[in-house]
Design a protein around this ligand. Structure first.
Ligand code: TEU
Length: 546
């Protein structure tokens, strides 16, 4: 199975490297940084969408699935990128956004013009009464999820921004269009695909959410999900032996993911699930802060690891992506223990069973942006919620604090290459300003330091490439009741690998039968395996026995 030794690196192209002095990252910029990625050792790059889009949601509002947005470059640039990447043993994964299109997409425009064929590509309903939407569902980006179109006296569904109209997957023409798009990119040599919020494409029904919540129970993991994914697999990427696919699953369950990413289910290779990234949400609410609930974090990671293993299904492993605040600021300590906690988080996730994803800048320990003014934010979700929270009566200071912790822009600030202005991302003002930390946390400094977070990631990646126990070993949770340590074993034939991780800034003790193990890797120089060990702040140790 080809996915076993893969490590995927996610590039947010708008923020990676500008080559033509417009403050906007581009394909040529990526090409100029491929040597860096080769040095890191990754073998796949997932690109967030670079196709034509009005950028209301940074490319997740697609206006043309087959053309690059000229701000990123041309098809020739892309072909050069693919060639240059291949030379370095790197494959390419594209993001397919099929739950919705931009309202500027030709299909939606033709729908608005009254062409029945295209109107049927989207989801339209009558209102409950004049001026009253069809139901009480809420958009993920705040406000009601329906928009009224006077011409039809009907409302269209948008689970995300009002400019992102949901496609109607019950329509076979829509399914065919999506498969054709995947096939178009396959012909261009792309064999990796990430499917955006793909478990929202099949809706259950359109009734009111009785709990006055956002309605997700009626549009998540719907009745025809597995059927649609099997069909897409059959009619597109499944025809390539060497494909790599991952579905982004919103509020899903292990039972459903066992199908989405089951070894024999002919749907996808793996899934992103997000339960472990909500352990600092108070009452499950993204915009209500609480400290990380470490025991929930542990339990969720174990539950998914063991649950997916029992189902013979496969996880994508990650702490970061373009929608999440930076893990080092969230689960680590981005000040006193920057290096220690950056490495610990890396080991904790990379030794698990599944395929690891590294989000740009994670490998050098990039931190949250710590913006102090709303004018610094660009993200539509952040700017919308800012208004909503102010309207609710929260003081501005508190709202800004919430955004510092939760805004998606924390992940989207420019990649930090060096300590020159804008961190070497661009020599003009970037579309989103750099985080101040670029002055010290940057690639140039990192590469000078043999003991860097980057060097640690290189070692973890090499271990996955070389060690069957990392690729295929079964997972066994350890120290399940320990309140500070996340520990587990991977077993493969006679081999055993144990990874222990202290998630706190204080020393803690562990008792494990480790006397005949050797230390493979750790973030403190002098750890000795023993049946009783003291782990220092954010210490990680990877131990091995054959
Ligand atoms: O995200 C799906 C999604 O629901 C969340 O990650 C979302 O960004 C956040 O939790 C809302 O609170 C995907 C993409 O990754 C994201 O960038 C897009 O904005 C979204 O779909 C719409 O296409």
């Amino acid at each position: 199975m080809s996915k076993l030794d893969k490590v995927v690196y996610q590039i947010y192209p708008k923020s990676f490297q500008d080559s033509n002095h417009d403050g906007w990252g581009d394909i040529k910029g990526v090409i100029s940084r491929l040597d860096y990625l080769q040095e890191l050792g990754i073998n796949y790059i997932w690109f967030n969408p670079m196709i034509v889009s009005p950028q209301k949601d940074n490319g997740y509002d697609v206006a043309d699935y087959r053309q690059f947005d000229p701000r990123y470059g041309t098809m020739e640039d892309f072909e050069e990128l693919a060639r240059e990447a291949k030379k370095r043993g790197i494959d390419i994964m594209f993001d397919m956004v099929f739950n919705h299109t931009s309202t500027e997409h030709e299909w939606f425009q033709r729908a608005l013009n009254g062409e029945e064929k295209y109107k049927n590509y989207y989801i339209w309903k009558k209102g409950k009464a004049p001026g009253v939407p069809p139901n009480n569902w809420e958009s993920k980006f705040a406000g009601n999820a329906w928009e009224y179109v006077e011409k039809f006296d009907e409302w269209y569904l948008h689970l995300f921004d009002v400019s992102q109209a949901d496609l109607d997957w019950t329509n076979p023409d829509v399914r065919k269009e999506c498969a054709d798009i995947v096939n178009y990119w396959r012909e261009k040599g792309v064999h990796g695909f990430r499917f955006d919020v793909i478990n929202l494409i099949s809706k259950w029904s359109y009734e009111d959410d009785p709990n006055n919540y956002d309605g997700r129970q009626f549009y998540t993991d719907g009745p025809r999900e597995h059927e649609y994914l099997k069909e897409l697999n059959r009619t597109s990427f499944g025809q390539d032996e060497d494909h790599l696919t991952v579905g982004e699953m919103s509020s899903t369950t292990i039972e459903n993911c066992a199908g989405y990413a089951g070894a024999d289910s002919n749907e996808l290779d793996m899934v992103f699930s997000f339960h472990h990234l909500k352990v600092d949400y108070k009452n499950q609410m993204k915009w209500e802060l609480q400290d990380v609930d470490f025991m929930s974090l542990k339990n969720l990671l174990f539950k998914w690891q063991v649950g997916m293993q029992e189902a013979n299904a496969w996880n994508a492993l990650f702490w970061n992506c373009h929608d999440q605040p930076r893990s080092i600021s969230r689960f680590g300590n981005d000040k006193e223990y920057h290096k220690e906690s950056g490495k610990m988080l890396a080991a904790a996730i990379h030794m698990l069973r599944g395929t690891p994803y590294i989000y740009q800048g994670e490998e050098i320990g990039m931190t949250n942006a710590y913006f102090t003014d709303i004018s610094q934010y660009v993200d539509v979700e952040s700017t919308n919620i800012y208004k909503v929270l102010l309207d609710k009566g929260l003081p501005e200071e508190e709202v800004l604090h919430i955004l510092q912790e939760r805004s998606r822009d924390n992940a989207r600030t420019p990649m930090q290459w060096d300590d020159s202005e804008n961190g070497g991302f661009s020599d003009v003002k970037p579309w989103l300003q750099s985080a101040d930390s670029y002055r010290t946390i940057n690639v140039k400094n990192t590469l000078k330091d043999p003991d860097s977070i980057f060097a640690f990631y290189q070692k973890l990646i090499r271990m996955r490439k070389e060690m069957p126990v990392v690729q295929e070993g079964i997972i066994v949770p350890l120290l399940e009741d320990h309140e500070k340590v996340f520990a587990y074993e991977r077993k493969y034939n006679d081999e055993s690998l144990i990874c222990v991780n202290n998630f706190f800034a204080e020393n803690t003790e562990i008792d494990l039968d480790l006397a005949d193990y050797e230390v493979l890797l750790g973030n403190y120089p002098d750890q000795k395996p023993a049946s009783h060990m003291t782990l220092r702040p954010y210490e990680t140790v990877i131990l091995y026995r054959k």
